[in-house]
Write a protein that binds this ligand. Structure first.
Ligand code: PGA
Length: 258
Protein backbone atom coordinates (compact mmCIF):
# COMPACT_ATOMS: atom_id res chain seq x y z
CA UNK A 1 0.00 0.00 0.00
CA UNK A 2 1.08 3.55 -0.74
CA UNK A 3 0.55 6.43 1.69
CA UNK A 4 -3.18 6.02 2.33
CA UNK A 5 -5.80 8.68 1.76
CA UNK A 6 -8.81 8.75 4.07
CA UNK A 7 -11.30 11.17 2.59
CA UNK A 8 -14.52 12.23 4.29
CA UNK A 9 -17.19 13.25 1.80
CA UNK A 10 -19.79 15.16 3.80
CA UNK A 11 -22.07 15.55 0.75
CA UNK A 12 -24.92 18.06 1.36
CA UNK A 13 -24.72 17.82 5.13
CA UNK A 14 -23.57 20.25 7.85
CA UNK A 15 -24.38 23.95 8.07
CA UNK A 16 -21.36 26.23 8.50
CA UNK A 17 -21.90 26.20 12.28
CA UNK A 18 -22.20 22.40 12.33
CA UNK A 19 -19.12 22.09 10.13
CA UNK A 20 -17.07 23.94 12.75
CA UNK A 21 -18.20 21.49 15.44
CA UNK A 22 -17.52 18.40 13.32
CA UNK A 23 -14.11 19.51 12.04
CA UNK A 24 -13.08 20.67 15.53
CA UNK A 25 -14.15 17.34 17.04
CA UNK A 26 -12.08 15.44 14.46
CA UNK A 27 -9.12 17.79 14.90
CA UNK A 28 -9.26 17.31 18.68
CA UNK A 29 -8.73 13.59 18.18
CA UNK A 30 -5.79 13.99 15.81
CA UNK A 31 -2.87 11.78 16.77
CA UNK A 32 0.77 12.08 15.73
CA UNK A 33 0.55 8.74 13.92
CA UNK A 34 -2.02 10.24 11.52
CA UNK A 35 0.91 11.81 9.67
CA UNK A 36 1.22 8.44 7.88
CA UNK A 37 -2.08 9.13 6.12
CA UNK A 38 -3.52 11.95 4.00
CA UNK A 39 -6.68 12.82 5.95
CA UNK A 40 -8.92 15.11 3.91
CA UNK A 41 -12.34 16.55 4.76
CA UNK A 42 -14.73 17.44 1.94
CA UNK A 43 -17.44 19.70 3.38
CA UNK A 44 -20.02 21.57 1.28
CA UNK A 45 -18.40 24.57 -0.43
CA UNK A 46 -20.11 27.10 1.85
CA UNK A 47 -18.36 25.45 4.83
CA UNK A 48 -14.86 25.40 3.33
CA UNK A 49 -13.63 28.64 4.86
CA UNK A 50 -14.87 27.70 8.35
CA UNK A 51 -13.39 24.21 8.24
CA UNK A 52 -10.06 25.48 6.94
CA UNK A 53 -9.97 28.11 9.71
CA UNK A 54 -10.55 25.46 12.40
CA UNK A 55 -7.80 23.19 11.06
CA UNK A 56 -5.40 26.05 10.38
CA UNK A 57 -5.81 27.40 13.93
CA UNK A 58 -4.99 23.91 15.28
CA UNK A 59 -2.00 23.68 12.90
CA UNK A 60 -3.58 20.35 11.90
CA UNK A 61 -2.19 18.24 9.08
CA UNK A 62 -5.78 17.38 8.10
CA UNK A 63 -6.48 18.91 4.68
CA UNK A 64 -9.59 20.36 3.10
CA UNK A 65 -11.13 19.64 -0.27
CA UNK A 66 -14.18 20.57 -2.32
CA UNK A 67 -16.82 18.17 -3.61
CA UNK A 68 -16.95 19.75 -7.05
CA UNK A 69 -15.51 22.62 -9.10
CA UNK A 70 -15.93 24.27 -12.52
CA UNK A 71 -13.06 24.03 -14.98
CA UNK A 72 -13.12 27.72 -15.96
CA UNK A 73 -11.29 30.16 -13.65
CA UNK A 74 -14.14 32.71 -13.69
CA UNK A 75 -17.09 33.84 -15.77
CA UNK A 76 -20.83 33.69 -16.27
CA UNK A 77 -21.53 30.28 -14.68
CA UNK A 78 -24.27 30.96 -12.16
CA UNK A 79 -24.07 28.67 -9.16
CA UNK A 80 -20.59 27.35 -9.89
CA UNK A 81 -17.31 27.82 -8.03
CA UNK A 82 -13.80 27.99 -9.49
CA UNK A 83 -10.35 26.67 -8.70
CA UNK A 84 -8.95 30.12 -7.73
CA UNK A 85 -11.84 30.42 -5.23
CA UNK A 86 -11.04 27.00 -3.77
CA UNK A 87 -7.36 27.85 -3.45
CA UNK A 88 -8.21 31.13 -1.74
CA UNK A 89 -10.05 29.31 1.06
CA UNK A 90 -7.23 26.83 1.60
CA UNK A 91 -8.47 23.87 -0.44
CA UNK A 92 -5.82 21.53 -1.77
CA UNK A 93 -8.09 18.72 -2.98
CA UNK A 94 -11.24 18.26 -5.04
CA UNK A 95 -13.55 15.32 -5.72
CA UNK A 96 -14.45 14.98 -9.40
CA UNK A 97 -17.18 12.97 -11.07
CA UNK A 98 -18.89 11.55 -8.00
CA UNK A 99 -21.67 9.21 -9.15
CA UNK A 100 -24.26 11.52 -7.58
CA UNK A 101 -23.00 14.38 -9.76
CA UNK A 102 -22.95 12.15 -12.82
CA UNK A 103 -26.43 10.70 -12.30
CA UNK A 104 -28.32 13.64 -10.74
CA UNK A 105 -26.58 16.64 -12.30
CA UNK A 106 -25.72 15.28 -15.74
CA UNK A 107 -21.95 15.45 -15.35
CA UNK A 108 -20.40 13.76 -18.39
CA UNK A 109 -17.07 12.00 -18.85
CA UNK A 110 -15.97 15.06 -20.83
CA UNK A 111 -16.86 17.42 -17.96
CA UNK A 112 -14.91 15.16 -15.60
CA UNK A 113 -11.89 15.30 -17.92
CA UNK A 114 -12.03 19.11 -18.16
CA UNK A 115 -12.13 19.37 -14.37
CA UNK A 116 -9.25 16.93 -13.92
CA UNK A 117 -7.11 18.87 -16.42
CA UNK A 118 -7.92 22.22 -14.78
CA UNK A 119 -7.15 20.88 -11.29
CA UNK A 120 -3.86 19.22 -12.21
CA UNK A 121 -2.80 22.34 -14.15
CA UNK A 122 -3.45 24.31 -10.97
CA UNK A 123 -1.46 21.85 -8.86
CA UNK A 124 -4.50 20.65 -6.93
CA UNK A 125 -5.16 17.02 -6.01
CA UNK A 126 -8.12 15.43 -7.77
CA UNK A 127 -9.98 12.35 -6.53
CA UNK A 128 -11.76 11.01 -9.60
CA UNK A 129 -14.76 8.80 -8.83
CA UNK A 130 -15.65 5.86 -11.03
CA UNK A 131 -18.03 2.97 -10.54
CA UNK A 132 -20.68 0.83 -12.15
CA UNK A 133 -24.41 0.47 -11.55
CA UNK A 134 -25.92 -2.78 -10.28
CA UNK A 135 -27.23 -3.55 -13.78
CA UNK A 136 -23.71 -3.27 -15.20
CA UNK A 137 -22.29 -5.41 -12.41
CA UNK A 138 -24.90 -8.10 -13.08
CA UNK A 139 -24.38 -7.98 -16.84
CA UNK A 140 -20.66 -8.69 -16.40
CA UNK A 141 -19.61 -5.42 -18.09
CA UNK A 142 -18.54 -3.58 -14.95
CA UNK A 143 -14.77 -3.74 -15.51
CA UNK A 144 -14.98 -2.47 -19.09
CA UNK A 145 -17.31 0.35 -18.03
CA UNK A 146 -15.14 1.49 -15.12
CA UNK A 147 -11.92 1.33 -17.15
CA UNK A 148 -13.60 3.40 -19.88
CA UNK A 149 -14.51 5.99 -17.24
CA UNK A 150 -10.85 6.07 -16.15
CA UNK A 151 -9.64 6.48 -19.74
CA UNK A 152 -12.07 9.36 -20.33
CA UNK A 153 -11.18 11.11 -17.05
CA UNK A 154 -7.42 10.95 -17.65
CA UNK A 155 -7.44 11.68 -21.39
CA UNK A 156 -4.64 14.05 -22.37
CA UNK A 157 -2.79 13.83 -19.04
CA UNK A 158 0.92 13.02 -18.89
CA UNK A 159 2.63 11.15 -16.05
CA UNK A 160 3.56 14.37 -14.24
CA UNK A 161 -0.02 15.62 -14.25
CA UNK A 162 -1.33 12.19 -13.26
CA UNK A 163 0.70 12.48 -10.06
CA UNK A 164 -2.01 14.85 -8.78
CA UNK A 165 -4.76 12.30 -9.45
CA UNK A 166 -6.19 9.56 -7.25
CA UNK A 167 -9.06 7.34 -8.26
CA UNK A 168 -11.94 6.26 -6.03
CA UNK A 169 -13.68 3.07 -7.10
CA UNK A 170 -17.21 3.43 -5.81
CA UNK A 171 -19.71 0.86 -7.05
CA UNK A 172 -22.93 2.89 -7.34
CA UNK A 173 -24.94 0.10 -5.73
CA UNK A 174 -22.77 0.29 -2.60
CA UNK A 175 -23.03 4.05 -2.01
CA UNK A 176 -25.16 4.88 1.03
CA UNK A 177 -26.85 1.47 0.86
CA UNK A 178 -25.01 -0.37 3.61
CA UNK A 179 -24.05 -2.93 0.95
CA UNK A 180 -20.38 -3.11 -0.01
CA UNK A 181 -18.43 -4.77 -2.75
CA UNK A 182 -16.53 -7.75 -1.45
CA UNK A 183 -12.83 -7.03 -0.88
CA UNK A 184 -12.16 -9.45 -3.80
CA UNK A 185 -14.43 -7.46 -6.15
CA UNK A 186 -12.85 -4.20 -5.01
CA UNK A 187 -9.31 -5.54 -5.43
CA UNK A 188 -10.08 -6.96 -8.88
CA UNK A 189 -11.44 -3.58 -10.02
CA UNK A 190 -8.61 -1.59 -8.42
CA UNK A 191 -6.11 -3.79 -10.21
CA UNK A 192 -7.92 -3.33 -13.54
CA UNK A 193 -7.95 0.45 -12.94
CA UNK A 194 -4.20 0.41 -12.27
CA UNK A 195 -3.51 -1.48 -15.51
CA UNK A 196 -5.64 1.03 -17.41
CA UNK A 197 -3.70 3.91 -15.85
CA UNK A 198 -0.43 2.17 -16.81
CA UNK A 199 -1.58 2.01 -20.45
CA UNK A 200 -2.38 5.72 -20.34
CA UNK A 201 0.55 7.27 -18.47
CA UNK A 202 3.06 4.48 -17.89
CA UNK A 203 3.70 1.83 -15.25
CA UNK A 204 5.63 4.08 -12.88
CA UNK A 205 2.85 6.66 -12.63
CA UNK A 206 0.28 3.87 -12.30
CA UNK A 207 2.23 2.23 -9.48
CA UNK A 208 2.42 5.57 -7.66
CA UNK A 209 -1.27 6.40 -8.08
CA UNK A 210 -3.51 5.92 -5.08
CA UNK A 211 -6.72 4.01 -5.66
CA UNK A 212 -9.43 4.22 -3.01
CA UNK A 213 -12.49 2.15 -2.27
CA UNK A 214 -15.77 3.91 -1.49
CA UNK A 215 -19.28 2.68 -0.79
CA UNK A 216 -20.57 2.08 2.75
CA UNK A 217 -17.05 1.88 4.17
CA UNK A 218 -17.18 1.79 7.96
CA UNK A 219 -15.03 0.61 10.88
CA UNK A 220 -16.54 -2.89 10.73
CA UNK A 221 -15.55 -3.53 7.09
CA UNK A 222 -12.62 -1.22 6.32
CA UNK A 223 -9.79 -3.47 7.42
CA UNK A 224 -10.30 -6.00 4.62
CA UNK A 225 -10.43 -3.28 1.95
CA UNK A 226 -7.33 -1.56 3.31
CA UNK A 227 -5.51 -4.90 3.23
CA UNK A 228 -6.03 -5.26 -0.55
CA UNK A 229 -2.78 -4.76 -2.43
CA UNK A 230 -4.25 -2.24 -4.90
CA UNK A 231 -6.40 -0.26 -2.44
CA UNK A 232 -4.78 2.76 -0.84
CA UNK A 233 -7.50 4.26 1.30
CA UNK A 234 -11.16 5.14 1.35
CA UNK A 235 -13.71 7.70 0.24
CA UNK A 236 -16.17 7.74 3.10
CA UNK A 237 -19.65 9.25 3.07
CA UNK A 238 -22.05 8.39 5.90
CA UNK A 239 -19.37 7.26 8.36
CA UNK A 240 -17.44 10.53 7.83
CA UNK A 241 -20.24 12.41 9.60
CA UNK A 242 -19.77 10.39 12.78
CA UNK A 243 -16.67 11.51 14.68
CA UNK A 244 -15.97 8.16 16.36
CA UNK A 245 -16.38 6.21 13.11
CA UNK A 246 -14.23 8.54 11.04
CA UNK A 247 -11.49 8.62 13.69
CA UNK A 248 -11.55 4.82 13.87
CA UNK A 249 -11.31 4.58 10.08
CA UNK A 250 -8.26 6.84 10.04
CA UNK A 251 -6.71 4.77 12.85
CA UNK A 252 -7.27 1.62 10.76
CA UNK A 253 -5.58 3.27 7.77
CA UNK A 254 -2.64 4.22 10.00
CA UNK A 255 -2.40 0.59 11.15
CA UNK A 256 -2.45 -0.64 7.55
CA UNK A 257 0.17 1.86 6.35
CA UNK A 258 3.64 0.51 5.88
P1 PGA B 1 -21.11 6.15 1.65
O1 PGA B 1 -20.72 7.23 0.54
O2 PGA B 1 -19.88 5.89 2.46
O3 PGA B 1 -22.20 6.83 2.47
O4 PGA B 1 -21.59 4.94 0.94
C1 PGA B 1 -19.49 7.15 -0.13
C2 PGA B 1 -19.44 8.20 -1.21
O5 PGA B 1 -20.47 8.43 -1.86
O6 PGA B 1 -18.37 8.79 -1.47
Amino acid sequence: MKRPIMAGNWKMNMTPAESVVLSQSISNRYKGSWDKVDVVLFPPSIDLRSVFTVLDFDKSLIEVGAQNVHWEPSGAYTGEISIPMLKDVGCTWCIVGHSERRSMFGESDMDVNRKVIALTDAGMNAIVCVGESLALRESGDATQFVCDQVKAALAGLDAQEAAFVSIAYEPVWAIGTGQTATPEQAQQMASAIRSTVADLVGQEAADAMRILYGGSMKPANAELFLACPDIDGGLIGGAALKVADFVELVNQAVASAR
